[in-house]
Design a binder for this molecule. Structure first.
Ligand SMILES: Nc1ncnc2c1ncn2[C@@H]1O[C@H](COP(=O)(O)OP(=O)(O)OP(=O)(O)O)[C@@H](O)[C@H]1O
Length: 432
């Protein structure tokens, strides 16, 4: 969704034979990195001591005392997986849609192959009044299908098609057909006729996360809403990495690819760059491939080695977390040179015990928000660790965020004294 997207730099195709980390290995938190960040921070002189005590002890507690909510992870994602499954891998809603379009060519997978006539009808002949967006892929229209269903109709621009979009389009369709999750934009079908390429996906009515952070979509998102959005995105990527038939790497996690519903639920969009992950059964750890993604979100190790793993999504997710709490874009060229790379700037502030000054100025400043900001930044910084082995799995990120949300709820109803007592309670649990 940004013209900074890097479509194709260098191309090589091969698979490595290194052993891939298992989900069990991935779910272990790199405590050393986490605590290295915590201990390298200078304590803030301006902070009230109770908050410092609480922050320090909670830093360990957040990791050490999390009851790994395995069940929640497993049940939420696997029930989703069950929900989606029929023998063609499509969910009941899709089937209904397919039935109502039985005059069209239906693919075995359950997605619909639309006709041009249907697309013209759905979009009032691609009327400018129906245009809702423009991106590197083409133009997006708000469409209405015959059955009244609202959809987003993504029409590829011809120049993109001429640049070998055919292969990418088919690969995007194939990936979209495989996935089904509440936090992923749902795929309904596509059109491929002569020089027209169109994707028909769920219409998500409330704009992109970036628009919300820019304040052009009404009310500013408060911190709990941002934590919820981070959790939704973590669920979506965890699903792609761990619960699809074959792990999928999204490769373009960024705030302008996160669409929001009216209730501020997040849905990850845009599978244009998505790739199947390495085939672990054959012992591969990564796929080597052309570098694609968006400047500012790109994993430096992937950029350097062309080796793509799920941890590249984790890196982009870390950048997204920084974006969520600072409100700033990952690269902000209008700022002072020392502030242009937002993650670096925020990390410096954090290490100097001054994380609070990296907080989005539109967020309320209070003890709870400051503490939660630190927790989110701590997680962000392990996600963007230079070496991919040091980064947590997406599932681990989701677990940490659940605990952050839980503690937010407990802390927000209380004052500094309660923060201290919560930290004491956690200490006594660890001592036991
Ligand atoms: N499913 C959707 N529901 C509602 N609006 C959408 C939907 N998909 C895209 N949009 C709108 O259209 C805009 C462009 O989206 P699009 O996915 O086409 O970008 P893109 O071509 O993938 O961009 P890039 O390739 O540069 O990342 C979005 O910013 C959003 O405002």
């Amino acid at each position: 969704m940004s013209n900074r997207s890097i479509r194709s730099l260098h191309g090589r195709q091969h698979r490595s034979s290194d052993a891939r980390m298992t989900p069990e290995t991935l779910s272990r938190t790199p405590n050393s990195v986490y605590s290295a960040i915590s201990t390298s921070r200078r304590s803030s002189s301006s902070r009230q001591s109770a908050v410092k005590v609480a922050a320090k002890s909670l830093a360990g507690v957040f990791i050490a005392c999390f009851t790994p909510p395995e069940n929640e992870a497993t049940s939420s994602v696997s029930s989703d997986a069950q929900r989606r499954v029929n023998k063609n891998g499509c969910d009941p809603t899709r089937s209904v849609l397919v039935k109502s379009y039985n005059s069209t060519l239906e693919r075995e997978t359950g997605s619909i192959r639309f006709t041009l006539e249907q697309m013209y009808k759905a979009t009032d002949n691609f009327s400018p009044a129906r245009k809702i967006g423009q991106g590197g892929f083409g133009t997006v229209f708000k469409g209405t299908l015959d059955n009244g269903m609202l959809v987003a109709v993504k029409r590829a621009k011809k120049s993109v098609y001429d640049m070998n979009l055919g292969v990418e389009f088919q690969s995007e369709v194939q990936i979209l057909e495989k996935v089904e999750h509440l936090n992923l934009v749902r795929f309904y079908g596509y059109l491929e006729e002569e020089d027209e390429r169109i994707l028909v996906v769920e219409y998500v009515p409330n704009g992109t996360l970036r628009e919300h952070l820019d304040g052009i979509r009404g009310d500013i998102l408060d911190l709990p809403a941002r934590v919820d959005i981070a959790i939704d995105v973590a669920h979506a990527i965890t699903y792609l990495h761990m619960y699809t038939d074959h792990p999928i790497i999204h490769r373009d996690i960024k705030s302008s690819n996160i669409l929001l519903t009216e209730n501020h639920r997040a849905k990850v969009a845009d599978f244009g760059f998505a790739r199947l992950a390495a085939d672990t059964d054959s012992g591969a750890t990564h796929v080597s491939t052309q570098v694609k993604g968006t400047a500012g979100y790109l994993d430096p190790e992937y950029l350097k080695t062309y080796q793509l793993t799920e941890k590249s999504d984790v890196y982009s997710f870390g950048i997204l977390l920084v974006e969520l709490v600072t409100g700033r874009r990952p690269i902000d060229t209008k700022r002072d040179p020392r502030e242009r790379l937002t993650a670096k700037w925020a990390m410096r502030k954090f290490k100097n015990g001054d994380a609070g000054s990296a907080m989005d100025p539109r967020l309320e400043r209070n003890a709870t928000n400051s503490l939660i900001l630190e927790k989110i930044l701590e997680l962000a910084f392990i996600c963007i660790a230079p070496q991919r082995q040091s980064r947590p799995s997406m599932r681990r990120c989701a677990e940490i965020l659940w605990s952050i949300r839980k503690d937010y709820k407990e802390l927000s109803a209380s004052d500094i004294d309660s923060i201290s007592s919560l930290s004491e309670r956690h200490n006594s649990i660890t001592e036991e």
